[in-house]
Ligand binder design. Sequence first.
Ligand SMILES: Cc1cc2nc3c(=O)[nH]c(=O)nc-3n(C[C@H](O)[C@H](O)[C@H](O)COP(=O)(O)OP(=O)(O)OC[C@H]3O[C@@H](n4cnc5c(N)ncnc54)[C@H](O)[C@@H]3O)c2cc1C
Length: 452
Amino acid sequence: MLHAMSRNTGKLGAAQAGLFADDYLEEPYWWSAAPLSAADGNTVPGSLDGKADVVIVGGGITGLVAALHLARSGCDVAVLDAQRIGEGAARRNAGFVGRTLKRSVEWLAERSGREHAMKVYRELDAALHGVQAFVERERIECHYQTCGRFIAANSKAHFRALIAELEQTRQAVGFDYSVVEKHDVHKEIASDCYHGGAVIPDLGSIHPGLYHASLVRKALDAGVRLYPLTNVVGVDHGASGKTIRTSKGDIAALHVVVATNGYTSRNLKWLARRVIPFRGFVIATELLPPETIDKVIPRRRTYLDTRMNIDFIRPAPDSSRILFGGMTGTASSTATPLAGALRDRLVKILPDLKGVRLSRAWTGHCAGTFDFMPHIGTKDGVHFALGYNFAGIPLGTHFGEKIAARILQRGDTSSVFDVEKFPTAPFFNGSPWFVPLAMRYFDWHDDRIAKG
Ligand SMILES: Cc1cc2nc3c(=O)[nH]c(=O)nc-3n(C[C@H](O)[C@H](O)[C@H](O)COP(=O)(O)OP(=O)(O)OC[C@H]3O[C@@H](n4cnc5c(N)ncnc54)[C@H](O)[C@@H]3O)c2cc1C
């Protein structure tokens, strides 16, 4: 089995003693139930077999969903990943399953027409319900719950804007929500930070580790070949197919799929110039008594706020602890240095958690895009799906199915997110040096709105 990299309190300074529980590890909470194991194909990789019908670059949700569908339809599929299988964002995310998009229906309608805006939101809805149906159909035990999401307004002005946007969306595409006035916030979350909010009842949550681990097992059962620690450095195009050049040698294929999202490496040049990688950070508390969870988040939903750079909270699937994320885009390559600041933010929101210690902190790469939209398409005959802007669980599942349908030329292959324009910016080569600055701009922007 490949070597696991975790860090525990043994290596941490005394000043942090009250911060970390004895079992603290710097690794995703999800890896306890879904470790990166030999069962995930993480055995020491041999050399590549010479050819496959389809080569998929990236063994996250998108890559494995595509691989599973293709292999079950008789294709010989090889999935190549530069890291261990499961080491990407698929087993590092927060497990919120929603219709997340930074652009509102009205914003899209003003710029590209109402019809287009409605199509965008309908496809997001199809992706949300698609992942739920997929989990049921495949009997994937990943704690999928339609728990509902509480969106907490950071100011009165944010509250007005939130309700206006939700009402416009309801009128355009029928998505349900209910208003939570300020005096009722404590029924949702034991916090005085918010000025009301709204509940979206049909949004869900999963255990992302178990979801991805199940995809791996199903893909292996279907005959997919997995190659961990195999870095793709380029794709050459020939008359009869493509040659994929990797750190482990070459492999030929009729079709190539790039499903690398926030980990898109710079040698995938055209895509690397369009995907903005940035870091998300999450902490998990130590074990908490059920009374504490009942008190702080009695309805056990997922929770986030109305700022561009959100804080987010959820219970662990077994309600044994609380997971919290924030400080997205901070320039730190590890999570432990931010753990104290993240705990302070959590306690500011939920003062009942004062003094809580942490059992996990971790980070992973998300992917933004210059138009804030996810993208699926083909460039020089190579299929791609990425740029999920924090919505990769439903969209990765949805686009994985779409790409398989496109290669098989069967089923519904269309997507409103397949557009000719996939913007980049001058001099951007994949290095996200400007992300911390952008986050500071978003904070300033949110404060301006809050002042109304
Ligand atoms: C902290 C955090 C919280 C998040 N929370 C949520 C959430 O609550 N809900 C939600 O929907 N989404 C969330 N996301 C986003 C979500 O995890 C991703 O959008 C999702 O995993 C989709 O990406 P993927 O699974 O297809 O690819 P990933 O799992 O990111 O895998 C991509 C893989 O590509 C590989 N790769 C890259 N370049 C190469 C190369 N040249 N050769 C070979 N392999 C390569 C990488 O090694 C990597 O393993 C979050 C992300 C993070 C980091």
